[in-house]
Design a protein around this ligand. Structure first.
Ligand code: NAP
Length: 295
């Protein structure tokens, strides 16, 4: 039976490390890291993610300021707010929860954030720095996946990592991170997407398989080799009347049958999700330190 790679446990350890560092920053430098969280509209998943991020900030001692607007909020007003936050000394990180309602140009909004405060790591300056191996902030989900593997003593160097999904927030940055000639990376990386011919041939070659397709049942047991390490990034809401909320979460991987062949696997929920929030806290702490010139 596969080892369960618990993001919850790994995140708890990392969040305690971050809390201690935040306390030290307050005591020694009189500096409290501050995060602005912007939410437009009432998409239920986004509302729940924002709630989770704010709770995690509070526990870590990070000040979080919430900006919530109706779905008809105007792009100009949001750009003005971002400009104000860019100049606000108490705010070290700015997070705009995605997706934004359709009338927003997401690129324009994300590019308006000062790269020094771009704790999501989505600004092209930060993406470029990541690509050349000199990152300022690594995007939270791929960085969380890397940390989860490293902290579970899973060797990445020399391994064939196959990633299903090429989004700008998961697949592409993860490939960039794991291909670097650095400790905790140095992998051979392949990427699959809807244009990939015969995907099972690719996934069966994976020593480490990361699945971020956003579709349940994307990976079945017949698509993996014995001993593979599987990271399931997918979060899919499935109707379930037995649950209080009326739904439950499942990943992109057929967990039961794939875990019978894998050497290690992440659960959904409790796998990648908690790591993502943790790396956001990590980046906010880093942004505050950078702002004060503290190494
Ligand atoms: P996305 O932007 O929709 O991208 C999905 C990618 O998967 C695309 O590149 C798509 O290919 C590819 N794909 C979809 N179906 C496929 C299939 N059957 N075969 C091969 N490739 C396929 O999604 P995302 O934002 O990366 O998110 C992916 C999933 O991860 C979602 O469930 C999301 O909720 C979850 N997520 C979780 C966290 C977390 O912290 N736990 C964070 C971020 C995302 P094309 O490019 O060809 O369309």
């Amino acid at each position: 039976m596969a080892k369960i790679l618990s993001g919850r446990e790994c995140a708890a350890t990392m969040r305690e490390e971050i809390r201690v560092q935040v306390e030290e920053l307050k005591n020694k430098h009189n500096l409290t890291p501050g995060l602005a969280v912007v939410l437009v509209g009432d998409d239920p998943a986004s509302v729940s993610y924002v709630k989770g991020k704010e709770k995690a900030c509070e526990k870590a001692g990070i000040m979080s300021r919430e900006y919530k607007f109706d779905a008809d909020y105007k792009e100009d007003a949001l750009l003005k707010l971002i400009d104000e936050l860019n100049h606000d000394n108490k705010i070290h990180g700015i997070l705009v929860q995605l997706p934004l309602p359709k009338h927003f140009n997401e690129e324009k909004v994300l590019f308006a954030i000062d790269p020094e405060k771009d704790v999501d790591g989505f600004h092209p300056v930060n993406l470029g720095k990541m690509m050349i191996g000199e990152p300022r902030f690594l995007p939270a989900t791929p960085h969380g996946i890397q940390q989860l593997l490293i902290r579970n003593d899973i060797e990445i160097a020399g391994k064939h990592v196959v990633i299903v999904g090429r989004s700008n927030i998961v697949g592409k940055p993860l490939a960039m991170i794991l291909v670097q000639k650095k400790p905790g990376a140095n992998a051979t990386v392949s990427m699959c997407h809807t244009g990939t011919k015969n995907m099972p041939d690719m996934t069966r070659q994976a020593d480490i398989l990361v699945v971020a397709a956003g579709r349940p049942h994307t990976v079945k047991a017949s698509m993996v080799k014995d001993g593979v390490v599987v990271v399931d990034v997918g979060v899919n809401r499935i109707e379930d009347k037995t649950k209080k909320k009326g739904f439950r979460l499942i990943g992109d991987v057929e967990f039961d049958e794939v875990s019978a062949k894998a050497s290690a696997i992440t659960p959904v929920p409790g796998g990648v999700g908690p790591m993502t929030i943790t790396m956001l806290l990590h980046n906010t702490l880093q942004a505050a330190k950078n702002h004060a010139g503290i190494p």
